[in-house]
Design a protein around this ligand. Structure first.
Ligand SMILES: C[S@@+](CC[C@H](N)C(=O)[O-])C[C@H]1O[C@@H](n2cnc3c(N)ncnc32)[C@H](O)[C@@H]1O
Length: 289
């Protein structure tokens, strides 16, 4: 039997030799998981032995990872904006850059867009990562979480229940804004925005995520364009849209937004690498568009 330290070292080496990115970090997370220990404990107890059944469980995790199954799918969850979100291969694994949507929406809501109860639509909710976080941090808001994929909505439903926000998050099945029963104050969306031709060039892990969560059509903007076309009838005034995009897509997306919201203020928020990541369309009160 090997110690925790030696097991992490060997796991790191195996992953690294197979070209798995962030191999050391993943090795630590795998060992933490099979040992049912916190990060702090695997270091403070690094000379403890890994039991045979734990080593066997670890071997199973490593084998799947060498098949390039994303670690979040193997573990069944991903941390997002401070909470654990359950994920399955039916949903996109929430990405760190998407935390920006939550952060900016909270900032705008808490800046007091209105004192009344806000209504928010999270379009293309997937795991429900954005909707659940908004519900946790905005206890007076009512949230619609919409997706075209029924299996994704099952995962979202699980996360909504697990985080005890089911009383304020309503699920909707259908195309973009169509399932909304009323216009809302805020529309947030991380829609598929990868151009179709780029999909085969993505890392093998990403290609295991659902195609309906990735493929945005020839220039990646098919869904964004359709959402912006539907939005004038589904967004209150004042109202705000926040859309996650690829930095290169901003000029085209802004031109489309301008077409549908000629009087809106349109700005870009940057991600941690200081690249434009979120397009914010701010429709003021009483604009006649
Ligand atoms: C990039 S994923 C985002 C998932 C989640 N919001 C997140 O940020 O982790 C895009 C989601 O949009 C959904 N979707 C794709 N086409 C759609 C459509 N026409 N109407 C509603 N949702 C759609 C996909 O099923 C997928 O769950």
């Amino acid at each position: 039997m090997a110690s925790i330290r030696e097991t992490i070292r060997q796991t790191h080496q195996t992953l690294d030799q197979s070209g798995i990115p962030d191999a050391r970090l993943e090795a630590e997370v795998m060992v933490m998981t099979v040992m049912r220990m916190t990060r702090q404990n695997i270091f403070s107890e690094q000379e403890s032995e890994v039991a045979a059944h734990q080593a066997q469980e670890l071997a199973g995790v490593v084998a799947q990872r060498l098949e390039r199954v994303p670690l979040a799918y193997i573990l069944g969850y991903r941390e997002f904006y401070g909470i654990n979100v359950a994920v399955t291969p039916d949903v996109l694994i929430p990405r760190p850059e998407t935390e920006g949507i939550v952060e900016h929406t909270l900032f705008m809501a808490l800046m007091g867009m209105e004192t009344r109860e806000l209504t928010i639509a999270d379009v293309g909710t997937g795991s429900g990562a954005i909707a659940v976080n908004l519900a946790i941090h905005l206890p007076a808001a009512r949230i619609y979480a919409v997706d075209i994929s029924e299996p994704a909505l099952d995962v979202a439903a699980y996360n909504i229940r697990a985080h005890a926000v089911a009383d304020r998050v309503r699920l909707g099945h259908g195309d973009l804004l169509e399932p909304l029963p009323e216009p809302v104050d805020v529309i947030v969306a991380n829609l598929p925005y990868i151009p179709t031709a780029r999909i085969p060039t993505l890392q093998p892990e990403v290609r295991q995520e659902p195609p309906t969560a990735l493929d945005g059509g020839p220039d990646g903007l098919d869904l964004v364009r359709r959402l912006l076309a539907q939005a004038p009838a589904k967004l209150n005034a004042p109202g705000i849209i926040l859309l996650e995009l690829d930095p290169e897509q901003f000029p085209a997306a802004e031109a489309t937004a301008r077409q549908h919201f000629p009087n809106a203020e349109i700005t870009a928020e940057q991600d941690l690498t200081r690249r434009d990541r979120i397009m914010v369309v701010n429709r003021g009160p009483g604009f006649d568009e």
